[in-house]
Design a protein around this ligand. Structure first.
Ligand SMILES: O=P(O)(O)OC[C@H]1O[C@@](CO)(OP(=O)(O)O)[C@@H](O)[C@@H]1O
Length: 428
């Protein structure tokens, strides 16, 4: 059984087939879809044809992609077949339980798409096309710059040469490009995204999983932005080692709250910012001196420890030894009696992620477990590891979200605080 109640039954499997010219953000979208679904525990994988092609031929110039280049044509076809075969094997392997494969290539001709649909149908895999069309010159040139500095195809090339070569590659593909057509392709499942959601067309979505993917894609934008994450300042419960509750900040936590405005200002500068907190006192006391618009979200409240709320780890180990061990054995799945598991927290954070994708600069002041889940989404951390990540108090985490990945900076406030971290298997 995969995440969010999505079943791994054969008829549920979806192959997302990317369509579009080079430099239209297809790979970025493909990778984001896989990251989002994996975060929701839906088994997903990206199959990027460029990687298969590069195994045969590293760094080809734009000439390789010309229509008249027979050798290039054969190699591109071989790479496509190899990637498709590997994807089908992944879908049909009982160990991987593959639900969503993303086929990341240009797939610009009708013939190619028909061929893919035919093969996928043989394996009862639903094809779903995601076409990215970009005709805004500024977005194209930002994308070309991004690819030039991130793609292995261009790593050894002079930047001006790389820019020109990539532009030529786009022109070569333009000659053969047949966009999805609302009339002749009306029976296909597809979403067309124009200039990263200034306009979008959705056609024949026929499953829950497909609708989740569409909804996610419709919320994406590509403007560079940053997200700041912080736990609340040290609380009175943190001092006593108690879990959950709604305690006030400790004196140390209040010092952090007082220092936060200057830390934030140094990092944010004059960019606009909105602060999101949980509904619990310790996050609001932490953010109270920040001079930005603030919103409270119930979904950002700490993982509910149920009957263990207000207890210390030592008390839980003594009173509920079996639960204590079960949580260590599988912290992501373990659900406190009358409370929540990390998996439950991920489900309730989904609307937060959707909203974060739509927004620009946001700072989130929240709790240890919630912060781990949010961080795991942005940094693609496996959900079996994320509940064990160390997230120290009195530290501001800055995530710079860019088309080809997110970078992290940790800014320490230099105000002492207890550690609330408990290592797997350690005595409470
Ligand atoms: O999942 P574990 O590692 O127990 O961490 C969650 C715990 O972190 C704590 C601190 O121990 O969060 P918080 O950031 O709200 O102070 C507890 O309230 C919460 O139960």
């Amino acid at each position: 059984m995969a995440g969010l109640g999505v079943s791994t039954a054969d008829n549920n499997r979806v192959c997302v087939i990317m369509v579009g010219l080079p430099a239209t953000g297809k790979t970025m979208m493909a990778q984001k879809i896989v990251r989002y679904l994996s975060w929701l525990s839906i088994p997903s994988k990206c199959f990027n044809i460029g990687l298969y092609r590069r195994r045969k031929m590293a760094n080809p110039s734009s000439k390789f992609f010309e229509k008249s280049n027979a050798e290039g044509d054969i190699q591109r076809r071989e790479a496509t077949q190899a990637a498709l075969q590997e994807m089908i094997e992944w879908f049909t392997d009982p160990d991987s339980q593959g639900l969503v494969g993303v086929f990341d290539a240009t797939n610009t001709t009708k013939i190619r798409r028909e061929w893919l649909v035919r093969i996928l149908k043989e394996y009862q895999i639903q094809p779903m096309f995601v076409e990215s069309i970009v005709n805004d010159a500024e977005i194209i040139s930002t994308n070309i710059n991004d690819i030039q500095s991130n793609s292995p195809d261009y790593k050894d090339l002079d930047p001006t040469e790389a820019f020109e070569d990539l532009k030529q590659k786009v022109l070569n593909y333009e000659v053969i490009y047949e966009p999805l057509d609302e009339v002749s392709d009306k029976d296909l499942t597809f979403v067309k995204i124009i200039n990263f959601n200034t306009q979008s067309i959705v056609n024949k979505i026929c499953s829950y999983l497909q609708s989740r993917i569409v909804y996610y894609l419709l919320n994406l934008h590509v403007k560079p932005r940053s997200i700041w994450l912080s736990r609340h300042g040290e609380s009175m419960y943190n001092l006593s080692g108690q879990l959950g509750g709604d305690a006030d900040l400790s004196p140390g936590g209040q010092l952090y709250a007082a220092k936060l405005p200057s830390l934030v200002l140094d990092s944010v500068g004059d960019r606009p910012l909105t602060i999101w907190t949980s509904t619990l006192k310790r996050t609001q006391q932490t953010s109270r001196f920040l001079q930005y618009r603030q919103l409270q979200w119930k979904a950002l409240d700490e993982l509910d420890a149920g009957v263990c709320d207000g207890m210390t780890y030592a008390e839980i180990e003594e009173k509920y030894p079996e639960d204590f061990k079960a949580r260590d054995d599988n912290k992501f799945e373990y659900r406190y009696k009358g409370g929540e598991s990390y998996r439950d927290v991920v489900s309730r954070l989904e609307p937060i992620i959707m909203e974060l994708e739509r927004q620009e600069n946001i700072m989130i002041v929240t709790h240890q477990a919630v912060l781990r889940c949010l961080y795991a989404y942005f940094m693609n951390v496996d959900m079996s590891e994320s509940p064990w990540m160390e997230v120290p108090l009195h530290t501001l985490i800055k995530l710079d979200v860019r088309a080809y990945g997110t970078t992290v900076t940790r800014i320490k406030a230099d105000i002492p605080a207890v550690s609330t971290y408990r290592e797997k298997g350690s005595k409470a």
